[in-house]
Design a protein around this ligand. Structure first.
Ligand SMILES: *Cc1c(COP(=O)(O)O)cnc(C)c1O
Length: 367
């Protein structure tokens, strides 16, 4: 059972809003809200006041138009393909323009359709992924006709190392971004600015500008690694036991007989394997809690099932059927698991497979 606590997500959003004095807080719910369900998460956030949402692709954003209330502002982060302009305009989606060619296409589409559809403009200040380089940005600022036809409402950039508080790039990116903001503001007095992702919010007010763009922190990932997590945990995963066996003699466990257990050992087979993303979630040698006791996996993980050595619990037969082994909980936190498995909280969440039975704990706030 994958339990997703919508009330915790709402509390996390409200907490970020209290930190970001003055700035609005958006919700980054790309990749199906990091695997947790963009519909459920988006609506829970809407209920507490979130009105701006970021998606990665036009397909995600179009789907969201079907489940988010019509007054939400939807941004598409991942660049736009040539030809998608009319669809974006019709569906009232704001593209994040990441290159001069995209800027030109958007301006041209607005001219052709007689529209003044908004855009966001992204600058590369050091991440070197999406965005206009500063020189291209300056070029755009020098072409007022082009700029006005593009109708920018938001200027943004993305921090590359915000989760390392003392990384010099944080200040460097802030300075570059501020300079760009100064250059564009006189041309577009209503323009808003956005720099911080989850970790960026915790770097300090200077990084906040008008709009914060948290994803990870909403979902309980620690935005300030190696210090106490200020966010509430959101995800709990437990795997149902589908078979329990007692070994009558020493026996090898699982594919390739890589591990053996002695006579008298107890093995619990749980539903959940690498097809559920479990190898990314808990790692290949996983731990879990059964009746409050720590147990470990044994042998290789299979596609649909995984074995745990539960000998430490003593003689427990079929009474365990229907019970579950917890693999993400308050002891086995996202931070603990990602460190242990050399992965990221982001990877753990986005690897949570579609086959888990999902339970959403209702938001504490209702419309
Ligand atoms: C994914 C993303 C975010 C959210 O980042 P988190 O670290 O999850 O808070 C913010 N801005 C951009 C541009 C992104 O791509």
């Amino acid at each position: 059972m994958l339990t997703i606590d919508l009330a915790a997500i709402q509390s996390n959003w409200l907490k970020l809003q209290s930190i970001g004095t003055g700035a609005k807080v958006a919700g980054v719910i790309k990749a199906n809200a990091y695997g947790l369900g963009a519909d459920q998460v988006g609506n829970a956030l809407y209920t507490v006041g979130c009105r701006e949402f970021f998606f990665a692709s036009i397909d995600e954003a179009l789907a969201a138009r079907g489940f988010l209330p019509p007054d939400t502002i939807i941004y598409v982060l991942g660049g736009i393909r040539a030809g998608d302009e009319s669809l974006l305009i019709e569906s009232n989606l704001i593209p994040v323009l990441c290159s001069l060619s995209a800027v030109n296409r958007w301006a041209k589409a607005n001219t052709n359709f007689g529209s003044n559809a908004s855009s966001a403009i992204k600058i590369n200040t050091g991440m070197t992924r999406f965005g206009l380089d500063v020189r291209e940005f300056e070029l755009l600022c020098s072409d007022k006709t082009l700029l006005l036809a593009t109708h920018p409402v938001l200027l943004m950039s993305h921090l590359a190392c915000a989760d390392e508080r003392d990384h010099p790039l944080n200040l460097h990116q802030l300075n570059l971004f501020s300079n760009c903001a100064q250059l564009m503001l006189p041309l577009l007095p209503n323009l808003r600015f956005s720099l911080a992702n989850s970790s960026g919010i915790f770097l300090g007010d200077k990084w906040h500008f008008d709009l914060l763009r948290p994803g990870a922190a909403l979902y309980g990932i620690n935005p300030v690694p190696n210090t106490p997590n200020p966010m509430l945990p959101v995800v709990h995963l437990s795997l149902p036991i589908v078979q329990v066996r007692k070994l009558e003699a020493e026996a090898a466990i699982g594919y390739c007989s890589s591990v053996a257990l002695p006579e008298g050992a107890f093995v619990a087979v749980v539903a959940g394997g690498y097809a559920d993303g479990l190898h990314r979630t808990v790692g290949l040698q996983a731990e879990g809690y059964l009746n409050g006791q720590l147990v470990k996996t044994v042998g290789r993980m299979s596609m649909d099932s995984t074995m745990f050595d539960i000998s430490a619990l003593g003689v427990l037969g079929d009474q365990l059927l229907g019970q579950s082994i917890e693999v993400i909980n308050s002891s086995l936190s996202l931070e603990y698991l990602s460190k242990k498995n050399n992965s990221l909280g982001y990877e753990i969440l986005t690897s949570l497979g579609a086959r888990y039975q999902r339970e959403y704990l209702a938001g504490a706030y209702h419309v």
